[in-house]
Design a binder for this molecule. Sequence first.
Ligand code: MD6
Ligand code: FE
Length: 204
Amino acid sequence: MLNDLFMDSDAAYPLDIPDGALYVYPAFFHADEADGYFQLLREQLAWSQSRIKVYGREYPVPRLSAWYADEGRSYGYSGLRSEGLSWLPVLLEIKARVEQACGEDFNSMLANLYRDGRDGVGWHADDEPELGENPIIASLSLGQPRTFQLKHRQDKSLKKSIQLPHGSLLIMGGELQHHWLHQLPKSQRPMGERINLTFRQLRV
Ligand code: MD6
Ligand code: FE
């Protein structure tokens, strides 16, 4: 279903990878629209730095985040469980555009703010049970273009590296979360801020 939708659109293109579906809209939002959203999200979201426990020691994660969801939804990630914040007008506006493009509804969104190249997110899959079997996750990138990498869990020769520009939308679906890990690596290069919104549909 995702396939048919995107084959018809010349704005989005599929990336040819086995064991999962991956689509990119390089310019989902035009630059001026993307600029406006970046500013609003930077100011309005309730950014905070989570801490994770690794072998009994606590560390701040290298990014700021904020988590929004429909009333009454809670979500566990990195050993934490939290209630989502209430949607803001700007988020509902963006969510509607993303839902229209995906042909899917989303009831939650995790926002990440990478302050500079020292912030990133390590190898992971978004395979929490709440997301269901083969989730569609839509990921909007604003601000500093950053590299997004994927590697296959079984076949170590399969790797993919893509640039996520300002205003781009990446859509993951199919069996991707079962067979691939993804990360946003840190970088030594001087870099500005990047905001990423990942829209999800929680099934429970
Ligand atoms: C990021 N994104 O782009 C981190 N997860 O900042 C993710 O971890 C991610 O972009 C699932 C689907 C799309 C993503
Ligand atoms: Fe992810």
